[in-house]
Write a protein that binds this ligand. Structure first.
Ligand SMILES: CC(C)(COP(=O)(O)OP(=O)(O)OC[C@H]1O[C@@H](n2cnc3c(N)ncnc32)[C@H](O)[C@@H]1OP(=O)(O)O)[C@@H](O)C(=O)NCCC(=O)NCCS
Length: 213
């Protein structure tokens, strides 16, 4: 255990054995914070894009929230987004591309997990200029049974402390614009939406500076 989160939940490091659970949590929170099970026809693919790589490439900042019924969430950090994305490009996406076929560029022809298949073949790994002041990024997704009792706040404070201790000066989270609950949550925790040139309309980047460790 790394941290007692209260209410019967703990935070512990994620392991390779957690990969199926990471994919499950990603699927069940993947529709702007809601369950994406009915939308996806490849239930693992979102997790292989948004969750599993953190355990593989940054295991010291990869955690699961665990309760009496098993894994109920995850918390990930990447200390240096540029380095992390560079590794994804070289060490992660080539193998995933061998697993899925590119559905092509026309979204009107996509269905099921085609959007994710397209992402695998054309990942968004460039870092827009307004994010330069925030070298780290994070991800948090909790299943419904772990929400609404302060676990998200405690997890984010823990991640911020770890990143600051590792010398990071700031972090951001990439939030779906329709995920109003998450946007309000991050605002409550002192994050602000970035504005500026080069930011995609498909995301809201919530960012916060970290005190020097
Ligand atoms: C978003 C999420 C991480 C928040 O975690 P949580 O444990 O439910 O949030 P907490 O209980 O720790 O809330 C922390 C603070 O944010 C506030 N908050 C949380 N959700 C809120 C909402 N929808 N509207 C307004 N305030 C909210 C709480 O009131 C609390 O304020 P306080 O500590 O000052 O009293 C969690 O609900 C979740 O995983 N949701 C589904 C997946 C998701 O959307 N992930 C984020 C993807 S970017």
């Amino acid at each position: 255990m790394v941290l007692d989160l209260g209410n019967g939940f703990i935070l512990r490091h994620a392991t390779a054995g957690d990969h199926p659970a990471l994919c499950m949590v990603c699927l069940k929170t993947g529709a702007a914070g809601q369950d994406a099970t009915d939308r996806e026809d490849d239930p693992e693919l979102m997790g292989l894009i948004y969750a599993v790589p953190y355990q593989v490439f940054e295991p010291e900042l990869a955690f699961v929230v665990e309760g009496s019924e098993g894994v109920a969430g995850y918390l990930f950090g990447a200390r240096d987004t540029r380095t992390f994305n560079a590794r994804l490009a070289v060490e992660w996406y080539p193998a995933l591309r061998a697993r899925v076929v590119d559905p092509g560029p026309d979204p009107t022809l996509w269905h099921g997990s085609h959007w994710a298949r397209r992402m695998v073949h054309h990942p968004h790994l460039d870092i827009p200029p307004p994010l330069a002041a925030f070298p780290s990024h994070g991800h948090i997704d909790l299943l419904p049974q772990a929400r609404g009792s302060g676990i998200g706040r405690r997890c984010m404070a823990f991640l911020e402390e770890r990143l600051a201790a590792a010398g990071s000066t700031g972090l951001f989270l990439d939030v779906h614009p329709a995920n109003r609950n998450a946007l309000r949550f991050y605002e409550r925790l002192g994050y602000a939406a970035l504005a500026g040139d080069g930011l995609p309309e498909t995301s809201v980047f919530m960012a916060k500076r970290l005190p020097r460790g």
